[in-house]
Design a protein around this ligand. Sequence first.
Ligand code: PDD
Length: 284
Amino acid sequence: MARIAYVNGEFIRLSNAAVRIEDRGYQFADGIYEVCLVINGEFWDRDGHMARMRRSLSELKINFPVSDNAIGVVIAELLRRNRLTTALVYIQISRGVSPRNHPFPNPAVEPALVMTARRFNINQSDAAAKVGASVITHPDIRWGRVDIKTVGLLPNVLAKQAAREAGAIEAWLVRDSKITEGSSSNAWIVAKDGTLITHPKNHEILGGITRDTAMACAQELQIKVEERPFTVEEACGAAEAFISSATNLIMPIVKIDSHQIGDGAPGPISLRLRGAYKKCAPGR
Ligand code: PDD
């Protein structure tokens, strides 16, 4: 069946869907995006994704007069037209189309909204979590506002490619000897005393929505969380490690570069948190 995309008010065959060449998203990466999970028709972490989308738009001063409810209606219709009930949904909003010039168009133009949906196999993700994955470390060469979810992802793309070439699932980005986050996920370690450690939510990381929910789950499970940067050395000596993102949920990490984490199998706290996340995210 042909895949269907949503482009500025229309549902179009993905293979025919196109944006204008003077779309500022295309020319300047002047736009934002979200990736969210819908499982069995239920939008996971909906409020968090919508709130972060609004924040990203506001940080870029893009005026986007479409309600969260309207976005929800489009997502439902997109899934229906693609005959999907479980999917990864991609939402991109750029500042719009205007003759190429660095300043914002004046008067403002209408933002361009594009959405796609792709099949997601949660059983495959569960199977991967039972085995665990590996990460490499890679220099964090990104700009100073990675807390905004912009489509300008070239350093992330290069880091992820380096990971792929090393047979790893993710690249953990290193700045000033500290791990900030992954190229498309947040990075966590579990100390020997069972405390979760992850980088604080500031301008050096993207505040993951999965991270927020995992944090709430940890609190419910009475697992202590410390929000502070950690070094590669500390990570290599940790009891457990994992990543969090909409595409990975909570995914145990069993190797960092050539160092095995713990006994090389997914850790019990990581797996417990993954289970808790799956229960908690559908209602949020
Ligand atoms: N990426 N950090 C970065 C740099 C990310 O790109 C992402 C998400 C996250 C985790 O955020 P969340 O838990 O809200 O998914 C952290 C998405 C999945 C992507 O670019 O495909």
